[in-house]
Design a protein around this ligand. Structure first.
Ligand code: C5P
Length: 338
């Protein structure tokens, strides 16, 4: 039995402008992705029986420990009930199956995937897409398929609009469905953005948020040309100012789940520079000047009696983080959970 391990980052959208849907139902976007340090890990192993099998474990951050997580048994049990066909890690493996068969023969052995999640399910942080991105990289490595980054991105695009951003990492401007990317240069200083993330107990489905966005006629005819951002990326790659965090989908998420506004207010009271909704929501992403402030915000959310019943959890993260890559070892918190 051989195995490969890969991880992929989640994301927060620093900018998300959306127009009205095109004929294929998708909305033209102009977005700036920041890959964040909350990552999904996929272990791909060969197995004798054919087909793909998946097991998924969900973790939560240990309060005060940015790099430590513990198993969330209830969330792990509930994700096991979701159909395998909708798991992006499985869909990624299936997308690569013809290449595996072409290289190793039609009777090539099957695949066992183990997915370790630190990102929320249906949270607007691309958790599902990161599973797909990490699985593409792990399976490509396991079966020595030799696909390069561009080929993986092309394949990733067929799995979901956010998969390319999870593969690429860093800061990237997305146009089209948000899947045609141009990377922004990394800051020379290596300085990070610190975030406090509030995960809502109730999830939001991306198609439903977009449908409501259309009902409310919120789509505008904005300039989809990323040129202005490419010429001056500093408003995103430098110290973020509150006005720069723009998300056209945020009013919809806030209308569907009014309690999110409360999480934003508590974040502001505890030192957040700004807050936004990540993607189609419902995760509230509060920008903090330092890791300490981000930890203070997360603690305030946990201790708020009116808010905590609405939250499934919270975490501190930073960005930009690396795109999907293979790694030799599992982190100690995965080993500890065994
Ligand atoms: O590509 P993905 O499967 O992640 O998209 C999920 C759903 O989100 C789509 O089926 C579509 O309803 C909506 N979507 C959209 N416009 C985009 C991206 C996603 O309408 N640019």
């Amino acid at each position: 039995m051989r195995e490969s391990i890969a991880s992929a980052p989640g994301k927060v959208n620093l900018l998300l402008r959306s127009g009205t849907p095109s004929e294929d139902g998708y909305h033209p976007l102009l977005t700036v992705f920041e890959a964040v340090s909350l990552r999904e890990i996929v272990v791909a192993r060969t197995r004798r029986a054919p087909g793909t099998q998946v097991r998924t474990f969900v973790y939560e951050q240990v309060p005060g420990q940015v790099n430590d997580y513990r198993l969330n048994r209830a969330a792990t049990d509930s994700i096991a009930k979701l159909p395998e066909e909708s798991h992006l890690a499985v869909r990624a493996a299936r997308a690569l199956a013809p290449l595996v068969a072409a290289k190793w023969g039609p009777s090539a052995a099957g695949l066992e995937l183990t997915v370790h999640k630190t990102l929320p399910v249906a949270g607007g942080m691309a958790g599902g897409s990161a599973d797909g991105a990490a699985a593409l990289v792990a399976v490509n490595d396991l079966w020595e398929l030799g696909l390069n980054a561009e080929q993986l991105e092309t394949l990733g695009r067929t799995l979901g609009a956010d998969v390319p951003a999870c593969l690429r990492g860093g800061w990237a401007v997305g146009v089209g469905r948000g899947d045609i990317l141009t990377s922004l240069p990394q800051a020379d200083t290596g300085e990070k953005h610190w975030w406090a993330f509030a995960f809502s107990r109730r999830g939001l489905s991306t198609p439903e948020v977009f449908a409501r966005f259309d009902e409310l006629r919120l789509g505008t005819d904005f300039d989809q040309n990323p040129k202005t951002i490419m010429e001056d990326p500093a408003p995103y790659t430098g110290a973020l100012v509150p006005q720069n965090l723009v998300n056209d989908l945020a009013p919809v998420a806030l209308q569907l789940l009014p309690e999110l506004e409360n999480a934003g207010r508590v974040a502001t009271e505890n030192g957040a520079l700004a807050w936004t909704i990540s993607g189609s929501g419902p995760t509230v992403a509060a920008l903090a000047g330092t890791r300490e402030v981000a930890e203070k915000i997360v603690a305030a959310w946990r201790n708020s009696e009116s808010l905590s019943p609405h939250l499934a959890g919270s975490a501190v993260g930073s960005g930009p983080d690396r795109g999907a890559h293979t790694q030799k070892h599992l982190p100690s918190w995965v080993e500890a959970a065994r």
